[in-house]
Ligand binder design. Sequence first.
Ligand code: DAU
Length: 333
Amino acid sequence: MKILITGGAGFMGSNMIHYLLRTREDVEIVNFDNLTYAGNLTSLSDIQDDPRYTFVKGSIADADAVDKVVQGMDLIINYAAETHVDRSILEPKAFIDTNIQGVYNLLEAVRKHEIPRMVHISTDEVYGAVMEGESSEEDKFEPRSPYSASKAAGDHLCHSYAVTYGTPVIITHSCNFYGPYQFPEKLIPLFTMNLLEGKTVPVYGDGQQIREWIFTEDHCRAIEAIAEKGRLGETYNIGTGYRVPNMDVTRKLLELTGRGEDAIEYVKDRPGHDRRYAINSTKLRTECGWEPLTSFEEGLAKTVDWYKTNTDWVDGCRTGAYKEYYDKQYKDR
Ligand code: DAU
């Protein structure tokens, strides 16, 4: 089976490549990645010589490159995206290029070359803040950041291609994921690295915003189940039901890193900060037979351990573009 993973040098994509190569003999994987600040081939150095794996550098925003790389694929999994909300607030343009134009290019290529299946990775953030209850697949989109608006636009394009042209695409909306290889701009890797280095952690606002969390390997299993058993043209939410305020996550990280409350620094809130997400994943569980296997406690301990031991990877993230962004992001907070 020939599988194209776009964004395979990023956090979720590299986890999926590791997962597939570890669990399946019958795969040939092409990793198509533009190596932006968040793409890191070091994350794949252990498998770079595996004969089942090939890397191709390129952006999904480049229609010609996409047209070439999709040919002959049995499955495309689109992980390529600009994903960080705070960056979308500072500089939205890249989000439009990748998350909208890039998705359009992929859909056109899938249509032209009659690729049998594409799974498009998206987010629960398209439903907007959910103050009570849970978001189901039928709920209306109410994105509130440039990031989530760009993802919603990409999802609408996927849906419209499925309806209009019968394009074989499946859309997934996931809750927050975490685990090894996640770039240290998101809450868990940023806080973990800061705490391990003896720095403080910047908690936005009152820290009572609620997120639902999934460990990366459970997310990989969900995508595998959806690719195998999901119905074309459908949307599947991916969630664990594990929902907690950011302060709870912060306190667990303090415990795992042996740091005290004095490491917490309350900073100015994110503009338009969504207060709560909660996703209903019954459809995925009943139709595809998936359920999460890793508890948050177990997943978080594994993650902190990984950041403690993979110091080369961690050091490599602390330079250049990251430092520039970090200084800009936190200077006024
Ligand atoms: O819900 C799925 C989404 O989760 C993904 O689609 C996005 O790509 C991903 O970025 C993530 O969005 P969030 O904004 O929820 O993730 P982030 O890790 O940036 O923030 C998690 C929560 O922690 C959020 O309430 C903001 C807060 N936070 C975050 C950072 C980076 C802080 O309090 N301080 C921080 O420094």
